[in-house]
Design a protein. Structure first.
Length: 223
């Protein structure tokens, strides 16, 4: 059985990036952070692929960026049009045509670990039963979702995103469909205080990837 993991990203110069963060550290620094964070997440997915039969992708927000120079270290696909829920649905559904299960992650929780992703992968591998995995974020959203079956469109789109209860409502919806493995809660980055928390999290990783170490060094230059 094979799986896929898609990292959702936006491209510098083509989409607004980290606008709340930019108000405190500047646009150039916030854009640079997005890239460094995305590469750190990608490095964790690449390390995961050494331990499981899983293909790694960038899911880019802009159709014109599928072959962009920023996204050359992983296979690259377009998210498609529509709301965030619709775009996640499209990526998840399209990759399930090629793989037995699909994981979706964001680029703004670069402290995620191979161990956490491997736990999600192992839960979905080797079973014909429908299962999902879900990882909440501290702001009320979620930083990972995956399943080995197609999720109906309304599950993705009926939830209001970027709300304090987004994760809770999405989790309730998917729990009604099949068993769900819940991973640890992590904190994403929207404000300057989140960068300080991220720096501590990265420093505490037992086996950071080279890109996570590079991100940690980068953070010392902007905070």
């Amino acid at each position: 059985m094979s799986g896929a993991i898609a990292v959702f990203v936006k491209t510098v110069g083509l989409s607004p990036l980290k606008t709340r963060l930019a108000k405190t550290i500047g646009t150039e620094n916030s854009e640079a952070f997005h890239l460094e964070a995305a590469y750190a997440v990608a490095s964790v997915t690449q390390e995961l692929s050494k331990h499981a039969d899983i293909s790694c992708y960038y899911a880019v927000a802009e159709e014109s960026a599928v072959e962009h120079s920023d996204w050359q270290d992983l296979a690259c696909i377009w998210q498609g049009n529509g709301s965030l829920g619709e775009r996640m649905r499209l990526v998840h559904q399209d990759l399930l045509k090629k793989h037995d299960f699909v994981l979706l992650v964001g680029a703004d929780i670069p402290q995620m670990t191979v161990a956490a992703l491997l736990g999600a992968t192992n839960y979905l591998l080797g079973t014909q039963k429908e299962r999902s995995v879900f990882a909440p974020s501290a702001d009320g959203g979620f930083w990972l979702f995956g399943s080995n079956f197609v999720i109906s469109a309304n599950i993705w789109t009926d939830v209001l995103y970027s709300q304090a209860n987004t994760g809770q409502l999405f989790l309730q919806a998917i729990q009604a469909l099949a068993p769900v493995k819940i991973l640890e809660t992590l904190r994403d980055v929207d404000e300057l205080s989140d960068l300080h928390a991220l720096q501590l999290s990265l420093a505490g990783l037992p086996q950071p990837t080279q890109a996570q170490q590079q991100l940690s060094k980068f953070l010392t230059t902007i905070i």
